[in-house]
Design a protein around this ligand. Structure first.
Ligand code: PEP
Ligand code: MG
Length: 868
């Protein structure tokens, strides 16, 4: 195998092998952009190292060859005493994991070459010693595993109140000695002086960082597979810390918050890359570079345009200027907010860079969901205490916490929290996940907090500089003597950057109002409208709603639903009517039972009339009652306690006896669905009559009658015959079909289809029964452990398990259609509104998905994307 690729050998499509960073460095190299020379060690080498505990044979030789070529090109050798070549060793996986893995800069410095570096920089001793102390610091922390605080503490106490740029060469040389002392003390060995050894160890440390706890956590959060490994880039160093004619920065080709075109970025004079991202010193806006170094600035803008046209998308970049010469260190198609994703996609269409179909593929259902979040009510009085940068949109309200640990603790207790930090670093990830929102007092839109929050779709305000944050005292202050202590409630607006004291009420999003029927009146809503229309044109899947009230049915229609795919009739028996169900189930004779049924029938009919009216001629799949009995009967424990304490009437004693008789250990697998219909005479017949009568009352009504929890065609056959008889008697036309929610029904779909005009996959129960996972219990009980262990990447109740449950669905589709070619096929489990599952349904050839009314737009969009 080939484990090393020069930048001239790769390209942007080799992300699997070279990682995002390596592939894009190669792409930029081939575009003729100023990229320092370098090469990439493949992620395959990393996977080998992680599996075997050693680098693959031949890797060292390949690295030496590429290093040799680079040395020849540069005319100097790695760490050469009088004129050293220095390199950075940078992680870069297929998917961007900002700040989660390791990078080591300035490899090749030691006690000799530090003098060569100073000479090379025109006698700039300060720069050389600053670079050397950075190497020991980064190497010590990431490669040797020394607590980074030890180095930071030494630096802080040397600096006092000064900036790091105020330290002179002598002081930095002293700091190098201190740092070397720390290394000796902590590891029992000297800092390795051999440049090649430094490089070798750094490469392995980057490989290892793939499995750092924060990287694992980030991957789980972002659903990035755990077995990809990272590539490693070895890049000739260019220096942003040589003096004030040097610096480093990050930029976006358009605003990642709103999508607006313009110049967005941060620049830091006389600094190395990690200083910007870490928010160590405050950056200046990129526009000010024009004043500092016009020619580099102009070149940067030209390159940004080249990149945007080449990638046909928003790009983010990292660059360094070394004594007036611009170097590109990274680019990638940039992360963006959900709103920006929609706006950028349609802008690129208008610019002629992409087609409208491509625009549909550039946005996701998850992003659409984010746009449907509420925002703060502009009408209410608010007490604004600060304004920072609008780093990641949304409206978040919660109690202030100052540490990740506290955020996790309170969130576990069900509290909403806002994580407040001076700046965040990758160790804050668990707190960021637990918090409703993130607020920092330092750092720009490209700071760690901002980048990670945007990636997670979490509300974030950063760089609110008026705030004085004291982590130690667990409080922050704002202008006007405002003091906010841990536990106080604040509200943060990630769309405007504003911070408010107390709880601010929230209102619906403009996108929801648009789905509710308002005309598009801003850029974002217009973009959503264009993309949704196109998705609707191309999608093959129908989209229906799970709705069992007229109000839900009406919303479903407004949101673009094309019928009801699941009307759960047992939901109509809750509240006051529960007593009637209890009477029915516990009835001791035909008479009592008939009385209960007679009482229910008109109520049922009225329910259906309302729903048929709301759906105005669209199909309505009514599912006959499916009550797991534990959800309906009085609690056996309550009754028993009352009986034991003697406070019971005769009636209650009878009730207890009946409940005991009907008590089930596993009600989910017990007397429910079609089983109940077969056991309680007249129950299903009453419902079918109510449906048919209602249909007669509402012209154009299109009822479909659905039988739940069927496992054998014989169950279905008995019910179907009775239903068909009632429909015929009343002269009503309705399809009669079944849910497929037991594995047996799926496996015998060919037989079942003989008695069913349609199938609707009840993937909640099908998942429950296929995995043997109790729907009611397992998620809280142990799913977090299963996710941790990587047994699955996402709960199978959330995203349809293609391998197991999906296989059953495919079998049922194939055999069902074979038996009955015009069989209609849908899905009505929760998966119907999950993006990945919608794609599965498209691939499996279903006719429609059915989901909760609020998820309908997501399902429409994803069905469109699936059809692309
Ligand atoms: C299902 O099991 O997927 C389903 C839709 O039915 P319920 O959730 O009501 O059991
Ligand atoms: Mg079910």
């Amino acid at each position: 195998a080939k484990y090393v690729y020069d930048f001239t050998e790769g390209n942007k499509d080799l992300k699997d092998l070279l990682g995002g960073k390596g592939a894009n460095l190669a792409e930029m190299t081939n575009l003729g952009l100023p990229v320092p020379p370098g090469f990439t060690i493949t992620s395959e080498a990393c996977r080998h190292y992680l599996a075997e505990g050693a680098v693959p044979d031949g890797l060292e030789r390949e690295v030496s060859e590429h290093l040799g070529a680079m040395e020849k090109r540069m005319g100097k050798a790695l760490g050469q005493a009088d004129d050293p070549l220095l390199v950075s060793v940078r992680s870069g996986a297929k998917f961007s994991m900002p700040g989660m893995m390791e990078t080591v800069l300035n490899i090749g410095l030691n006690d000799e070459s530090v003098h060569g570096l100073a000479k090379q920089a025109g006698g700039n001793d300060r720069f050389a010693w600053d670079s050397y102390r950075r190497l020991i610091q980064m190497f010590g922390k990431t490669v040797l595993g020394i607590d980074g605080e030890l180095f930071e503490h030494a630096l802080e106490s040397l600096k006092g109140d000064r900036q790091d740029t105020d330290l002179d060469a002598g002081e930095l040389q002293g700091l190098v000695e201190t740092f070397k002392g720390i290394v000796r003390e902590q590891t029992g060995k000297d800092f390795p002086a051999d440049p090649r050894e430094q490089m070798r160890l750094a490469v392995m440390a980057v490989f290892d960082s793939w499995n750092a706890p924060r990287a694992i956590l980030y991957r789980r959060q972002e659903r990035i597979p755990a077995d990809l490994g990272t590539a490693v880039n070895i890049v000739a160093m260019v220096f942003g810390n040589v003096g004030n004619d040097s610096g480093t920065g990050v930029a976006f080709t358009r605003d990642p918050g709103s999508g607006q075109q313009g110049i967005y970025g941060d620049y830091l004079q006389n600094a190395q890359g990690e200083d910007v991202v870490a928010g160590i010193r405050n950056t200046i806006p990129l526009q000010e570079l024009e004043r500092l170094d016009k020619s580099s600035y102009d070149e940067l803008l030209r390159i940004m345009e080249t990149l945007e046209n080449h990638y046909r998308d928003l790009c983010d970049i990292e660059f360094t200027i070394e004594r007036g010469k611009l170097w590109m260190l990274q680019t990638r198609v940039g992360k963006r907010t959900a709103a920006a994703a929609f706006c950028i996609a349609t802008q690129l269409v208008d610019q002629g860079l992409i087609t409208l179909d491509e625009a549909v593929t550039r946005v996701t259902g998850d992003q659409l969901v984010q746009l449907m979040f509420p925002r703060f009510d502009s009408g209410t009085e608010k007490k604004k205490i600060a304004k920072g940068m609008n780093a990641s949109p949304g409206a978040a309200v919660g109690k202030v916490v100052f540490s990740s640990a506290r955020a996790v603790e309170l969130a576990d207790q069900g509290e909403d929290v806002i994580l407040v930090r001076r700046e965040t670093n990758p160790d804050d990830l668990s707190g960021m996940i637990a918090a409703r929102g993130i607020l920092t007092s330092r750092g720009g839109k490209t700071s760690h907090a901002a980048v990670v929050a945007r990636g997670m779709g979490k509300t974030c305000v950063c760089g609110a500089e008026e705030l004085e944050v004291s982590i130690a005292e667990r409080r922050f202050t704002a202008p006007g003597d405002v003091v906010v202590n841990e536990g106080d409630v604040i509200s943060i607006d990630g769309t405007t950057g504003e911070v408010f004291l107390g709880e601010v009420p929230v209102v619906d999003s403009a996108v929801v109002e648009y789905f509710e029927g308002r005309e598009p009146d801003d850029d974002l809503v217009r973009a959503v409208d264009r993309i949704m229309r196109r998705a609707d044109e191309v999608r093959r899947l129908g989209v229906r709603a799970n709705a069992d009230t007229a109000a839900d049915a009406a919303r479903a229609r407004r949101f673009g639903g094309e019928g009801i795919g699941l009307c759960r009739t047992e939901h109509m028996f809750l509240g006051e009517r529960r007593q009637l169900v209890e009477d029915l189930v516990l009835a001791s004779g035909d008479e009592e039972r008939q009385a209960a049924l007679d009482a229910l029938e008109p109520l049922q009919k009225a329910d259906f009339v309302e729903i048929f009216r709301a759906m105005d001629g669209q199909p309505v799949t009514v599912r006959l009652i499916d009550p797991p009995l534990h959800e309906f009967l009085p609690d056996i424990v309550d009754l028993s306690v009352k009986a034991a304490t003697g406070e019971t009437s005769d009636k209650q004693r009878d009730l207890l006896a009946a409940v005991k008789r009907l008590h089930e250990e596993n009600p989910m697998l017990g007397l429910r669905g079609v089983r109940l219909g077969l056991v309680i005479p007249g129950l299903f017949a009453m419902q079918v009559r109510a449906i048919a009568q209602a249909a007669k009352d509402v012209p154009g009504a299109k009822p479909e009658i659905m039988i739940p929890l069927v496992a054998a065609v014989q169950e279905l056959e008995a019910v179907r015959e009775e239903a068909a008889g009632i429909l015929a008697d009343l002269g009503v036309d309705a399809l009669v079909g079944t849910m497929i929610e037991t594995p047996r029904a799926a496996l015998t779909a060919g037989q079942v289809a003989e008695a069913a005009q349609f199938f609707s996959f009840g993937t909640n129960d099908l998942t429950q029964m296929t995995w043997g996972f109790s729907r009611d219990d397992v998620e809280a009980a142990f799913f977090s452990r299963y996710l941790e262990l990587g047994i699955f990447g996402v709960s199978p109740f959330e995203t349809l398990d293609r391998d197991g449950v999906g296989r059953l669905v495919r079998i049922a589709v194939e055999e069902g259609r074979k038996a009955r070619p015009d069989l209609k096929l849908g899905i009505c489990g929760e998966h119907g509104g999950d993006p990945d599952s919608v794609h599965f349904c498209h691939e499996a050839g279903l006719d429609y998905v059915s989901c909760s009314p609020f998820r309908i737009p997501v399902a429409r969009l994803e069905a469109g994307r699936a059809a692309m």
